[in-house]
Design a protein around this ligand. Structure first.
Ligand SMILES: [Fe+2]
Length: 181
């Protein structure tokens, strides 16, 4: 079996999210990589939780690498969001409202190649609610460990807004480009 490797991320100083939170969060991510390998060795049934925990975090951290970049006006993803959700800000508002849901999990934007459409979906924990065969385009970690030390439980909304201020859209554009290949 091929072992999964822990990825390294080139993370800048972020708005709102402290270095300490990122440091602790990366340790948790490393745990998912380790546990994915352990589960596969032992053929234990918890692969979905560990594997999705690993992958979701890779989308999350890589989209925060190298500092914020705007979504380009003429980019295919921008056009697709406007096609599927009418106005970019309508999509963004829907996504943010979904992210603020009570409970732990992930707010996701997926691309479904079979029907050629973007889909917002909430994922409980790391794996419950993942859309089979769809590609992850945006993954926003809504577990408390991602924000509570910096924002307090009542600051969820600020964390979500800061996530978008910190987002490197060029990575997200690339996720979409890869998904539509
Ligand atoms: Fe996390």
């Amino acid at each position: 079996m091929q072992k999964f490797e822990e990825k390294k991320f080139n993370l800048p100083k972020l708005k709102g999210i402290s270095e300490k939170t990122i440091e602790e969060h990366l340790k948790l991510y490393a745990g998912y990589v380790k546990n994915t390998n352990t589960v596969l060795e032992k053929e234990n049934p918890k692969l979905g939780f560990e594997f999705d925990g690993m992958r979701n975090h890779e989308y999350y951290f890589s989209a925060l690498e190298n500092g914020p970049r705007d979504l380009k006006e003429d980019n295919e993803l921008k056009k697709k969001i406007e096609k599927d959700f009418r106005i970019f800000n309508e999509w963004l508002e829907k996504f943010k409202n979904m992210a603020i849901t009570r409970g732990i999990g992930w707010a996701m934007l997926y691309y479904d190649k079979k029907t050629d459409q973007l889909l917002n979906a909430w994922v409980d924990e790391h794996h419950i609610g993942q859309l089979a065969t769809c590609e992850i385009i945006v993954a926003l970690d809504m577990w408390e460990h991602a924000f509570v030390a910096d924002y307090k439980p009542s600051g969820k909304k600020d964390y979500i807004n800061d996530f978008f201020d910190n987002l490197n859209w060029s990575v997200v554009e690339q996720n979409f480009a890869n998904a539509t290949k």
